[in-house]
Structures are given as structure tokens and as C-alpha cells.
Design a protein around this ligand. Structure first.
Ligand code: GDP
Length: 298
């Protein structure tokens, strides 16, 4: 929607606030750098990353006159440089089935992301099976079934309240029998009870390793970009609960400022496998660092 786009000016747009600003030359002095830092922090980049990015821009250029376009390019380059190493699609293994454990807090977009990924892999000719491992939320199971139908992929379920690990074991058996390429296992996201969740996730891993000691091959953490700096603490928490191997960032189509991705890349270096850009089945895109940096600096 055009209205939403207008409401989201890029960083430099906000710094200068004038349509003809691209030709204005400004001295890269302390004031200018401070404004830049503030903007980067306001974009959810976090203080540490914002300071480092600004320092890198200032290096060798302090006191020089630069046009806004030049500053914007420097900023975009700096952000691209941080993001490039983490832009990696989900690695595929010659393993059948490749087991993808999907973790994240409730509401982050796990169900939707599993549906979108299933559809993409199916489109690429892969045989996919989904296990509805959040057996405590009947609504989550139903939602996953809806997504499974949309993607044309079977969703294995278990009665409400039953053991997710036993469902995961059954799902492994089924995926093996079907000759599936991929098994995606949804998990609960009840952070209120971390100890239970940790035990639950550990048990799922233990049980699927009885079938394949190299599984899970990926542990995807789904994060909601609109939670801003909160995403950083979610990574820390889930790294304690599971062996997180990569991220999917959802809701980047909305009002999310996006800077938190830079902070995440800078702090954890975990691969960003894909980004969610809407609620529809095709709204999952590969992460493109340059496009992202351009959109962010705008
Ligand atoms: P779960 O509780 O983690 O399984 O989260 P859901 O998959 O049910 O998603 C929670 C809400 O976020 C739903 O209303 C989804 O439609 C919405 N959602 C998920 N991904 C995206 C995205 O990339 N963009 C937008 N705009 N909404 C999303």
C-alpha cells in the first residue's frame, strides 16, 4: 500500500528531511555523526552496532564534506558488509529425510513460515512432511493443517496434550516410509515455562536421533521483526534451549524498522535463511543484503 510506504522514510530521508537533500553537502563532524548514531539506534540497530557502523563511516573521512548520497552509499555499504556473511538459504543435505526443527515464541510466525517453506520446497520438487509438534495448542495444530492443505503437504498430528517427542518419532517413521526429502517439525513456544520447554525440545531431539543420529539437520529460529530489540534476547534464550542453526525473520513487510537484523548479524552471526514479507503462502523471500541495506537507508 502506498500509504504504508510513505510512512516509512529511509534513515537518511529522516536525517535530512528534504527531497532535494541528495545534493546538499554536509561536513562529517561530531554533530553529523551523532545524528547518524541516533537514527541507527532508532532503527533498532542497537547501540553497539550503531556506534561501530558510524565509526567505520567516519574513519578517514572526519571533517570532510559529503553529499547525502555519498553518506547514504557509505551507510548502505557498511550494512551490506555486515549482512552479506549471514545471507544464506537453508542448506540442503543429501539426507532423507532432512529434519528441520522449527522453534520460536508463539506468535512469531512459526506456523506460517513452515507452510511457506513447505510450499517452496514442494515447488522445487521435494517431498515434504510436517509434524504438528505444538500438541498443547489445538489452534496451532489446526492452523498448521490449513497451511499443509494450502501447500499440498501432509501434516501429522497427535491428540491434544500428547507427547510431542512421540509424535516426532512417528513423523520420522512416516517420512522414512514415504521417502520424504524433508521433515519439518513445529514445536511449542511457551517461554513462560522455560524448563519444561527445554526438556520438551531435548526429548524431541533425543527421540529423533534414535532414527537418525545426525538429526535435526537444521534448527530454525523464527523471529518477529516487529519485536525490535526483543529479538536479540529471544536468540539468547533459544540458544540455551536448542542448538539454533539459523534464523527466519518474519513481518518485515510491516512497520518493522529492520535495523534489528543488523544487530543480530553483528552480534550472533547466525545465517538468515529467509524473510517473511506478508501473510500469503508466497510471501517468503531469500534474504538479499544489498536490497535490505538500500531499503533501510532509503
Ligand atoms: P506462530 O504462533 O509462531 O505459529 O505464529 P503464526 O504463524 O500463527 O503467525 C502469527 C501471525 O503473524 C499470523 O497472523 C500470521 O498471519 C502473521 N505473520 C506471520 N508471518 C508474517 C509475515 O511475514 N508478515 C506479516 N505481515 N504477517 C505475518
Amino acid at each position: 500500500a502506498p500509504a504504508a510506504e510513505e510512512a516509512k522514510p529511509g534513515l537518511l530521508g529522516r536525517l535530512i528531511g528534504r527531497p532535494d537533500a541528495t545534493v546538499v553537502r554536509r561536513t562529517l563532524d561530531d554533530d553529523m555523526l551523532e545524528s547518524l548514531e541516533e537514527l541507527l539506534i532508532a532503527s533498532d540497530m542497537g547501540v553497539d552496532t550503531a556506534l561501530r557502523v558510524t565509526a567505520n563511516i567516519a574513519e578517514g573521512r572526519f571533517g570532510k564534506k559529503l553529499s547525502t548520497t555519498e553518506i547514504k552509499t557509505l551507510l548502505a555499504d557498511e550494512i551490506t558488509r555486515i549482512m552479506e556473511p549471514v545471507a544464506k538459504p537453508l542448506p540442503l543435505f543429501p539426507k532423507k529425510p532432512q529434519v528441520v526443527l522449527v522453534v520460536g515464541v508463539n506468535g512469531s510466525g512459526k506456523t506460517t513460515t513452515i507452510g511457506k517453506l513447505a510450499s517452496q520446497f514442494k515447488g522445487a520438487g521435494k517431498k515434504v512432511v510436517i509434524a504438528a509438534g505444538d500438541t498443547f495448542r489445538a489452534a496451532a495444530v489446526e492452523q498448521l493443517q490449513v497451511w499443509g492443505e494450502r501447500a499440498g503437504v501432509p501434516v501429522l498430528t497427535a491428540p491434544e496434550g500428547s507427547d510431542p517427542a512421540s509424535l516426532a518419532f512417528d513423523a520420522m517413521t512416516r517420512a522414512e516410509a514415504d521417502g520424504a526429502d524433508l521433515l519439518m517439525i513445529d514445536t511449542a513456544g511457551r517461554l513462560q515455562n522455560r524448563k519444561d520447554l527445554m526438556e520438551e525440545l531435548a526429548k524431541i531431539v533425543r527421540v529423533i536421533r534414535k532414527k537418525d543420529e545426525t538429526a535435526p539437520h537444521n534448527t530454525l529460529l523464527v523471529l518477529d521483526a516487529t519485536t525490535g530489540q526483543n529479538a536479540l534476547s529471544q536468540v539468547e534464550t533459544f540458544q540455551k534451549l536448542a542448538d539454533v542453526s539459523g534464523l527466519v525473520m518474519t513481518k518485515l513487510d510491516g512497520t518493522a524498522k529492520g535495523g534489528v537484523l543488523v544487530a543480530l548479524a553483528d552480534k550472533f552471526g547466525l545465517p538468515i535463511h529467509a524473510i517473511g514479507v506478508g501473510e500469503q503462502i508466497d510471501d517468503l523471500a531469500p534474504f538479499d543484503p544489498e536490497e535490505f541495506a538500500r531499503a533501510l537507508t532509503g
